[in-house]
Write a protein that binds this ligand. Structure first.
Ligand SMILES: Nc1ncnc2c1ncn2[C@@H]1O[C@H](COP(=O)(O)OP(=O)(O)OP(=O)(O)O)[C@@H](O)[C@H]1O
Length: 332
């Protein structure tokens, strides 16, 4: 078995095949037969509610959890057969900070690299460069105990990069962070990708999944329900794009007649409200695809009835809508 050799160029960065994990004494599988591949240089998001099996999947891929059956490899290395080599090629930014709080930030970085066999001069150089890159330049000498949650998260990312991994796993990277810290972490994730590192992140935040990921796998109850680019996943939903319009109708016309004239343009048209003086109305058109492309035809259809389009708002479907249509439940 070739588990310790160099990764072949064609190997995906992560390969999961029919993976099952059942924890001892549990009646159901935490991961229930999932398969997917992450290409090199890709940011791949596993999106799902609490308990979906995302952390367990990462646990197997990072050699912390033994699979019940199936196969998983990272950077061409079978994680169950050769966990030591796998660990040299991957890094994990865990959900709960597991930094040594009694040490300084810089010591946390340097000791981690030493554990992975990085030489003294090189680990000092990397620690300084990464502290700078993660915005912790002046704080390397501080005890981690004095760090805020956002700083600790940044230090976890720095630590994950100290042994130059090929694949980085981020478990819920921005949970509990304030909006500014969250944006900072997102920028760092993009930098990893730009630097050629493969990123697999888990999240229950659909914005995070849609914004950061090249492709998203939607998980629920241990299963992978859908896997595609965020755009393709939302496009796959019929009638989920919306165009809200404000209309000033001609005095002799009726609201019902205006709506009837728009009916052929969309899959469904609903009146949302009648506006104060009676001549205005607000309607919502449901369609598949690009709602913006409908503005012109709607405006023309209204002009033909001597009505005026006075406002438009475009509503794109989200990954939340995709999850809802797949499971019948909200993401949270
Ligand atoms: N060590 C464990 N022992 C027993 N059951 C576990 C263990 N870890 C997780 N589970 C169970 O496995 C299932 C999947 O949990 P997992 O943590 O993988 O989901 P998740 O999608 O990452 O959710 P979260 O976002 O809450 O971490 C849950 O039902 C959970 O209770």
């Amino acid at each position: 078995m070739d588990t310790g050799g160099a990764q072949r160029p064609a190997d995906p960065a992560v390969q999961v095949t029919d993976l099952v994990k059942r924890y001892p004494g549990r009646p159901v599988n935490a991961v229930d037969g999932i398969s997917f591949a992450v290409q090199r240089g890709e940011v791949f998001g596993l999106l799902g509610p609490n308990g979906a099996g995302k952390t367990t999947t990462i646990g197997v891929l990072t050699t912390r959890v033994l699979p019940t059956s199936g196969a998983a490899s990272v950077a061409g290395v079978d994680v169950a057969a050769d966990p030591v080599t796998a660990r040299s090629r991957l890094s994990v930014v865990p959900q709960r900070p597991n930094l040594d709080r009694a040490l300084t930030a810089r010591q946390n970085l340097v000791f981690h690299a030493a554990y992975h066999g990085v030489g003294r001069a090189e680990r000092n150089r990397r620690a300084d460069a990464l502290l700078e890159q993660l915005g912790l330049g002046g704080r390397g000498g501080d005890k981690v105990d004095d760090y805020s949650g956002g700083m600790a998260q940044r230090l976890l990312i720095a630590r994950a990069l100290m042994h130059a991994p090929q694949v980085v796993f981020l478990d819920e990277p921005s949970t509990g962070l304030d909006p500014q810290a969250r944006l900072f972490v997102w920028d760092r994730v993009r930098e990893l990708r730009d630097g050629g590192i493969t990123v697999l992140l888990t999240t229950h935040d659909m914005d995070e999944a849609a914004t950061l990921s090249d492709r998203v796998g939607i998980m629920d109850s241990g299963r992978l329900l859908a896997l595609d680019t965020p755009a393709a996943l939302t496009r796959s939903l019929p009638g989920s794009a919306t165009l809200d319009i404000d209309v000033e109708r001609a005095p002799e016309d009726t609201g019902e007649a205006v709506l009837a004239a728009l009916a052929s343009l969309a899959e469904r048209v609903e009146q949302v409200e009648q506006v104060a003086d009676g001549s205005g109305l607000r309607a919502r058109l449901y369609l598949s695809g690009d709602a913006a492309a409908l503005v012109g035809p709607v405006s023309e259809a209204l002009a033909a009835r001597r009505a005026r389009l006075t406002g438009v708002r475009i509503g794109e479907p989200s990954l939340e809508d995709v999850f809802l249509s797949l499971t019948g439940r909200e993401l949270r």
